[in-house]
Write a protein that binds this ligand. Structure first.
Ligand code: FMN
Length: 219
């Protein structure tokens, strides 16, 4: 276990793509330990309707990587989220280019990552009311983050990814997931990290996003 304070762990758990050690074997027991931590996360009504598929077989990883590459092409073409708030800001542009290069590296090497963890939630919530969607996503995403923290604490690196969900059904077929009954929420490539020194990420100051008592528009 790394010697990190809780705040150090929380602020230095990064999306690791280029520093995934693709050569070093990854012990199955380590993955299981991280998942044992993950399932301590909260879920609505303590239902624990989650499931995790861990893939280590070369052929299946190659099939996943093929879909991921297509998803990346589609992402580059059409994006997922709204455009950045300050597209002309040189720092933001530099950062976007850096993330793009790192993300591209993962596209090219996904099949070589020792393990890929796919987090799922039972049920489908496409088009359901916000209360349902928030409850269901909120009942599995904390576990994904806990998994990444537990991995970091053990000297592993992980990357939270979602773009493969452009092709969720195809992914379900590769993994034998019953698509009509189970929603995939994240795919987390996992490996030992190359070195363990990670710094806090670049974030806007909290004052920019903090409102006391009520939302202030244009503040
Ligand atoms: C919901 C979510 C979806 C993401 N999807 C992807 C993805 O599909 N591919 C990828 O390379 N990174 C993905 N990321 C990683 C982000 O790019 C990354 O968290 C962000 O650039 C900040 O970097 P950091 O995590 O190192 O602080 C995703 C992160 C989150 C939280």
């Amino acid at each position: 276990m790394l010697d990190l304070t809780p705040d150090e762990l929380l602020t230095t758990t990064r999306t690791v793509r280029r520093r995934l050690d693709l050569q070093r074997p990854l012990d199955r027991a380590l993955i299981e330990q991280c998942l044992a931590v993950a399932v301590q996360a909260p879920t609505g009504g303590n239902r624990q309707d989650w499931a995790f598929v861990v893939v280590t077989e070369a052929e299946r990883k190659a099939a996943m990587a093929d879909v991921y590459r297509r998803a990346w092409d589609r992402y580059v073409e059409q994006g997922v989220l709204a455009p950045p708030s300050r597209p002309d800001d040189p720092t933001e542009r530099r950062q976007a280019r850096r993330i793009g290069r790192s993300a591209r590296h993962l596209v090219d090497h996904l099949h070589d990552v020792p393990a890929i963890v796919v987090a799922c939630h039972h049920g489908r919530f496409d088009g359901r009311p916000a209360v349902v969607q928030a409850s269901m996503y909120g009942s599995v995403l904390p576990a994904v983050w806990s998994f990444m923290l537990a991995a970091r604490a053990r000297g592993l690196g992980a990357a939270w990814t979602t773009i493969h969900l452009f092709y969720e059904e195809e992914f379900a077929q590769i993994l034998g997931i019953p698509y009509a009954e189970v929603t995939q929420v994240a795919m987390v490539p996992l490996a030992h990290s190359v070195g363990v020194d990670f710094r806090p990420g670049r974030r806007a100051p909290v004052e920019d996003v903090l409102f006391w008592e009520a939302w202030e528009s244009g503040g």
